[in-house]
Design a protein around this ligand. Structure first.
Ligand SMILES: *Cc1c(COP(=O)(O)O)cnc(C)c1O
Length: 316
């Protein structure tokens, strides 16, 4: 794993590669007490000809910098971030599964590491990147998931931290998500916290739906995490001649759509088979044509099986 130390006073150290190991932290570390931390998630993949690539790592670097500003942490520069994730992928390359058999998931984390008893930013910080190999998300074809709209919980409110990958955004979602899973659903859909009417996200993935050939996704208003998969789907769909509309998507409109899917680094695209909302149980049928076309194009570019005319992939 990669470890760098930083402070407001001295900036960031160059960082070093060390064996995967526990970190040494004070019980009064700012991250443990006040959640001053963020994470990123990305994948290193093996192309059919054996090269190892990352997908748009500069976007993860920029999002982490945005999060650092929101949480009053020293930013890791784009070049330092990219150097670190490349190094971790490179030194763990024996753990990158063969093409099509999975990926090496990279997890950069940035947090306030020094002791702080008052609620204020830490003086010292750590930037760590570790890695874990993951198997293919869909084994033997895409499987549509069943979702339930959360009636009592919201993920983020205007003015909060929903637009960055702040660690504190995630534990509160575990209870509603766990409950939905125990009742047979794969995940929950969050509606907006103000009107409880507009779709925001699916657990920790972005939402899309398709109606009469037009692709819709909730616009970024600060409460929705700007997913890199989301952005790439929008750009890819437009390049395929599809119309993509970013606007508020009401739950009633979403339920009236022909197809729905969610998007994130883990599964890339997960088709939504059904959505339960109050008394309604809307069935979308199998995997829609637009969902499948976007999935095949995007995973083809990511994995190096299709030509990357966008220059999204970066060789390690
Ligand atoms: C990480 C994340 C996503 C997906 O972002 P990607 O960059 O596509 O992986 C969507 N929603 C939330 C809440 C997230 O944390």
């Amino acid at each position: 794993m990669f470890v760098a130390n930083g402070s407001w006073e001295d900036g960031w150290s160059e960082g070093r590669m060390v064996d995967f190991q526990p970190l040494n932290l004070s019980p009064a570390a700012c991250v443990l007490n006040y959640g001053q931390g963020l994470f990123e998630g990305m994948k290193a993949r093996r192309t059919p000809d054996g090269k190892i690539t990352l997908f748009r790592p500069e976007m993860n670097a920029r999002r982490a910098a945005e999060g650092a500003r929101r949480l009053v942490m020293p930013e890791v520069s784009e070049s330092m971030f990219i150097k670190a994730v490349k190094k971790v992928a490179e030194e763990n390359k024996r753990w990158v599964p063969p093409h099509g058999k999975g990926e090496l998931y990279l997890r950069p984390i940035l947090f306030g590491s020094s002791a702080r008893l008052g609620v204020s930013p830490a003086e010292e910080y750590m930037f760590v990147v570790f890695a874990v190999p993951v198997g293919p998300y869909f084994k033997g074809g895409m499987t549509p998931i069943s979702l339930r709209v959360s009636q009592n919980h919201h993920r983020a409110a205007p003015g909060g931290s929903g637009g960055v990958k702040a660690i504190g955004n995630y534990a509160p979602g575990m209870m509603p998500s766990k409950r939905a899973k125990s009742e047979g659903y794969s995940e929950i859909i969050y509606l907006d916290a103000v009107e409880h009417n507009y779709v925001e996200e699916v657990g920790a993935a972005n939402f899309f739906c398709v109606k009469d050939g037009i692709v819709y996704t909730p616009e970024l208003t600060g409460t929705i995490l700007p997913g890199i998969t989301r952005l790439s789907i929008i750009e890819l769909a437009r390049s395929m001649g599809l119309t993509v509309v970013e606007e508020k998507v009401s739950i009633d409109f979403a339920l009236s759509c022909d197809e729905a899917f969610c998007a994130g680094t883990a599964a890339v695209i997960s088709p939504i088979g059904s959505i339960q909302h109050g008394e309604i149980e809307e069935d979308f049928g199998g995997v829609g044509d637009t969902t499948l076309a976007l999935y095949e194009r995007l995973t083809g570019i990511m994995g190096g099986a299709l030509e990357d005319s966008f220059n999204w992939t970066v060789e390690v």
